[in-house]
Design a protein around this ligand. Structure first.
Ligand code: SF4
Length: 341
């Protein structure tokens, strides 16, 4: 029988994410002997992070901050699913049920923000996992991080599907005064059936939009990302129009959209979900997603429809969001005319 290094018995300090990956590689999830199952049945493993701010290239921001890895919201299309494989876990059920919690995040972030070399560049919060997934109610790592960013006069953009964001209105208002802050609430659709099918662990869309209203009323720059729009589930003109009208009715400062893309582990998970639950849609999906992005013509068609409706309901175009999924200049792809979705 294999023996596993007693990583978690040596001290009261949490392991690092690398320790976790090595442990799972050797012993599978059963080796996470300290991961606790809490009320939502997910297992939460506290870890020590070495850095809080992560440098990124090719995005409208240079730094990201993610208090958690994995997300119990469990959206089937989530592009972050594939990142879970970095920790030797799968992009399917384990992404939504084994969550790493960066317990020392605030301490590390405070040190990083105090460095004389820190330039107060824009930080995108929640690019790889939702910073207001339910466990934030217990650990408050996102709240602590935002308070530190305000203290350090560092601007931030926050992306979330969690209405819990309204809890932190006070800190977001401080951050707005100290630097700059934009909250991007993700509401791909207000269609309840599509929501229930695609985003099993999230709050209902109208609850998220009420959060937008409360943030705006508190003087915070908050808007909506219809991200992603999912072919065949949320792309009909009537669903898009109903969504945009409802977003406008809730006072969003702006709206943006992107069409779903599929890559690596996310692609495998999503295609398995379609194969299992919507087999009749599979041939169309295989055509539409022959590459990572659907064909440029298809995306242009969806985005043009959104733009027309945005103008009709008087909504500004989106600001540069954290985690913008679709590139402005689509890669060379075969055109695909007359796609029925
Ligand atoms: S809420 Fe965001 S991070 Fe969480 S599963 Fe859904 S898309 Fe992914």
């Amino acid at each position: 029988m294999a023996t596993y290094s007693p990583l978690f018995d040596l001290s009261h300090r949490s392991p690092t994410t690398r320790d976790i990956a090595n442990t799972i590689k050797e012993g599978g999830l059963a080796a996470l002997t300290q991961a606790r199952q809490l009320a939502d049945e997910a297992r939460y493993q506290e870890v020590q992070c070495r850095s809080a701010l992560n440098r990124v290239d090719g995005m409208p921001f240079s730094w990201t901050l993610n208090p958690y890895r994995g997300c119990t919201h469990g959206c089937h299309y989530c592009f972050a699913r594939r990142y879970h494989t970095q920790f030797e876990m799968n992009a399917g059920d384990e992404f939504a049920s084994v969550i790493l919690v960066k317990k020392n995040l605030a301490e590390v972030l405070a040190r990083e923000l105090d460095r004389p070399s820190w330039t107060r560049a824009l930080v995108a919060v929640g690019t790889a996992t939702d910073p207001y997934q339910p466990i934030e109610g217990r650990y408050r790592l996102t709240r602590s991080s935002l308070a530190l960013l305000a203290r350090g006069r560092t601007p931030a953009g926050i992306i979330t599907k969690g209405p819990m964001v309204v809890r932190d209105r006070d800190v977001l208002a401080d951050l707005t005064r100290a630097a700059r802050c934009t909250v991007y609430v993700s509401v791909p659709t207000v269609d309840e059936e599509a929501w229930d099918t695609l985003e099993p662990g999230t709050a209902p869309p109208l609850q998220r939009l009420r959060a937008v209203r409360e943030l705006v009323d508190a003087g915070i720059n908050a808007g909506v990302l219809m991200a992603p729009i999912v072919p065949g589930f949320t792309t009909s003109r009537s669903k898009i129009e109903r969504t945009i009208k409802t977003i406008a009715d809730h006072g969003a400062r702006f709206v943006g959209c992107s069409v779903m893309h599929l890559q690596d582990g996310t692609r495998d998970h999503f295609m398995n979900f379609i194969r299992r639950d919507f087999p009749a849609m599979l041939p169309k999906y295989e055509r539409l997603y022959a590459q990572k992005h659907p064909p440029a013509a298809y995306r242009r068609e969806v985005q043009a429809m959104v733009r027309v409706l945005q103008d009709r309901y008087g909504l500004s175009r989106r600001e540069d969001p954290p985690g913008a999924a679709a590139p402005a200049d689509p890669p060379a792809e075969p055109e695909q005319a007359a796609f029925a979705w």
